[in-house]
Design a protein around this ligand. Sequence first.
Ligand SMILES: C[S@@+](CC[C@H](N)C(=O)[O-])C[C@H]1O[C@@H](n2cnc3c(N)ncnc32)[C@H](O)[C@@H]1O
Length: 309
Amino acid sequence: MLFKNNYKNFNSSWINKIDSGENPNSQDLLDHLDLIHDRHAGFTEKIATSCCDVHGKNSYELLLDTIDPSSHSDILDLACGSGVLLEYCNKRFPFNLKLSGVDMNDNELKLARIRLLNKDIDFFNAKAQKLNFIKDSSKDVIFCHWALTLMDPIIPVLKTIKRILKNHGIFSAIVDGDSNSAKGYSEINDIIYKYVQKIFPNYGLLELGDPRVRSLKTLNELVKMVFDDCAIKITPHVLTFKETPKVLAKDVSRFFYASLVLSSKHYQILVSELENYFNKSSVNGLSEFNLPVNRLIVEKSSKLYFLNK
Ligand SMILES: C[S@@+](CC[C@H](N)C(=O)[O-])C[C@H]1O[C@@H](n2cnc3c(N)ncnc32)[C@H](O)[C@@H]1O
């Protein structure tokens, strides 16, 4: 039978410790994320480019809107992954910006370099906790799209962001929103976690990264601890993707880190469970996935003029 041998093919120290009831440390987390991104580089962009708000903007574009081309020139994408956000920046502001990207995973950076071949963009393989090579007060805008949630310890990252931002510089990030704010999201999350727990029973007892990033209230408190004298604004958004149940099942499952620890055989079963779920709510052959996100914007100064725009 499928689960008879409790078959596992994902072997990171993070998951092994979770499995045996131990507490993984920050190095275990980094190794786990690195292994996932080695195997599935670029997996974030499919869903992230497809899910849009009522104005048709995806979460990359929600961050892009925080650039003010009249005053910003030096932009860093922290944990840039496969380079999608930098490509958006380059397309919207082709002449004005000095762009750079940092990520800790080589396969993600490889995709980013190919995507932005011949563009004058610097890429660095580095951890967000160790950006000593970036000068103080040198960046106008620092982006972090779908990655702050994964970082633990988070305080050194926030302190570093504050250090390298210029005065009046902007830090903007997209992080997980409240699961209950987007229709159907919790149910999908439950289907995926319940399935993964058949193979890794402790999966989900401990989330990847610092859990404070995952709720608006605790994120606000956390950011305030470091950016105590700065303007902070967090707004919830729901982003929707309409597609056939088959496409949704495949793309949505790939977006959850939990499903990426499954063997391909188990992964296929999960995809069919999700397809059944989306089939039940389909209208004229289409169903929808609603993704809750929070957009965080911090301005490094006490003035609120930018955030009030
Ligand atoms: C969900 S992906 C998002 C990628 C990209 N920002 C996007 O949205 O398309 C998370 C990325 O964060 C990177 N990452 C996670 N923790 C990191 C850390 N501590 N330092 C640098 N990169 C990190 C991973 O390698 C991965 O590329």
